[in-house]
Each structure stands twice: as C-alpha cells, then as structure tokens.
Design a binder for this molecule. Structure first.
Ligand SMILES: [Zn+2]
Length: 101
C-alpha cells in the first residue's frame, strides 16, 4: 500500500480524534474522501415508556489509507470539524459489505 499523505488521517496525519465513537453502515461513497454513514439508534419516549427507532446520516472523512465501500460496517470517531458537514472520521472497518444492498 502507498504511503498515507493525508494530514487528516488519525493514524498517519495530525488529526486528533475524540472519545466519542459510533458504528454505522456506509450508504454512499460518492464524495471524495468522504462517506455517508447511516447510524441506527433507539430513543426512549418517556410518555409511552417505549423505545423508538431512529436513524441519522452522518458524513465522515475517509483517510487516504482506508478503502471504504457501500455496505461496509464502520466505526466513526468524533473529531474537529473538517468541513461544513464533516466532523467525524472513519477509524475502523468492522465488516466488509461484500454485495451491495
Ligand atoms: Zn493514513
């Protein structure tokens, strides 16, 4: 693999990540070095004492040394704001998606 020249790489660059991590599925990799990650979570509704499913889409920076595809399960970590919508960085690929869904 080529040398990683990404200044915003948490492993080879200068980017510091914060200790807030989330796990989600990559739904789009159409942007350059950025992936859209869908995060599912549950929220308690006190009034009805039930849980409701919620999901949000988060834009995350993909370091040059990482190759992420749609359908992959990734771990994203909070970092400083890299652009208007990007304040997360992909730090780990937990599972390769394989076939597209
Ligand atoms: Zn790197």
């Amino acid at each position: 693999m080529k040398e990683c020249e990404d200044p915003n790489c948490p492993f080879h660059g200068h980017l510091k990540v914060r200790n807030f991590k989330m796990v989600g599925m990559v739904v789009s990799t159409k942007m350059r070095h950025t992936a859209t990650v869908r995060v599912d979570y549950v929220k308690r509704v006190p009034k009805y004492e039930r849980l409701e499913k919620r999901r949000s889409k988060i834009h995350a920076h993909v370091p040059y040394c990482m190759h992420v595809e749609e359908g992959d399960i990734v771990e994203i970590s909070s970092c400083r704001k890299l652009s208007k919508t990007v304040s997360f960085v992909v730090t780990k690929i937990l599972k390769k998606g394989g076939n597209e869904e």
